[in-house]
Design a protein around this ligand. Structure first.
Ligand code: FES
Length: 316
């Protein structure tokens, strides 16, 4: 991966637990590579190679990147490390990637839970700039926990819902969605339970899976009864070399251990960096990044997914 050197231009508290970081190129050049709404970057957080993904919430085209990071007590180190950064500190970041882009739809229905507001705020800002038709629902534990609350309170297309508020203002997913519309797209980002709830209600009232777009910050827990879990073999189409993947290792781990130049980042099936095409064999998909159409087309995330066949041939 090619890293970009960045400097923290400003750090602003958005809530007691969420800080907003504005990043600029450390060499003073005019700007970072352009990004689109829904994109994220990797941030290299220490010399040991701790890498985390953060959505960009600033408007595309500014040349700077804006991140909002929750200081999560359950963090595996990433958010704690981010929250040590102050203005003037330097860090290394990747170019943006977008696994959660705005769809070609006439109407966009955005559902954010907690820190899941970050990519959806970028979408709302983009749609505002383009005159797009959208509605944003943002759920937070309380007004004090809602990042960007004052900006969103002035946005007539945004509705805020607080867990500690009266029951009349809580999110009613069915009425917020309404009946499925043929040219509408639904976007959901937030904690797993929030996402599962919105998606289940959407599907229950007939929204087709193709209209539902998601981004997860943490991997969902696979249903242990739904997939095979044994060892398998991956074969690289370019060399014909086969690698045994034991039950307790991922295909990506095995490839990297054997010196294969395989791209990777999150290792949780949520960023899409490792995705490769399967040329033969039957995958057992366990990622949270590929759509069902992409899986059906043969794409495969070797960091989390496994195989139902004995051998998977990968296009690498
Ligand atoms: S490394 Fe992120 S999806 Fe595989």
């Amino acid at each position: 991966m090619t890293w970009l050197d960045a400097v923290v231009v400003s750090r602003t508290p958005a809530t007691p637990n969420i800080a907003v970081f504005d990043l600029a190129p450390a060499d003073g050049s005019t700007g970072f590579p352009a990004h689109t709404a829904g994109a994220h970057i990797d941030v290299l957080l220490d010399q040991q190679g701790l890498v985390r993904q953060y959505s960009l919430c600033g408007p595309p085209g500014s040349g700077h990147y804006q991140l909002a990071v929750l200081n999560d007590p359950n963090s595996r180190g990433g958010s704690r490390a981010m929250h040590t950064l102050e203005a003037g500190d330097r860090l290394r970041i990747s170019a943006p990637r977008n696994r959660f882009p705005l769809a070609a739809a006439r109407r966009h229905l955005l559902f954010a839970g907690g820190i899941g507001i970050t990519p959806l705020l970028a979408m709302a800002r983009t749609l505002d700039a383009e005159g797009g038709d959208y509605a944003l629902r943002y759920c937070a534990r309380s007004r004090a926990d809602a990042a960007f609350a004052s900006e969103l309170a002035e946005n007539p297309r945004a509705t805020l819902h607080f867990d500690d508020g009266d029951s009349a203002q809580l999110l009613d997913v069915e009425s917020a969605l309404g009946a499925p519309e043929p040219h509408a797209a639904v976007y959901v980002c937030g904690p797993g339970g929030f996402m599962d709830h919105v998606l289940a209600r959407a599907e229950a009232i007939g929204w087709p899976p193709a209209a539902l777009h998601t981004e997860r910050f943490t991997a969902s827990t696979p249903d242990p009864g739904s997939t095979e879990s044994g060892s398998f073999t991956v074969r690289l189409a370019s060399t014909g070399v086969e690698y045994h993947v034991p039950e307790d290792r991922s295909a990506l781990d095995v490839l990297l251990e054997n010196g294969v130049d395989a791209p990777s980042s999150c290792q949780q099936g949520i960023c899409g960096e490792c995705v490769v095409r399967v040329l033969a064999g039957e995958p057992d998909h366990r990622d949270d990044v590929l759509t069902s159409d992409e899986q059906a087309e043969g794409l495969f995330a070797p960091c989390t997914s496994r195989a139902r066949s004995q051998v998977l041939e990968l296009d690498m």
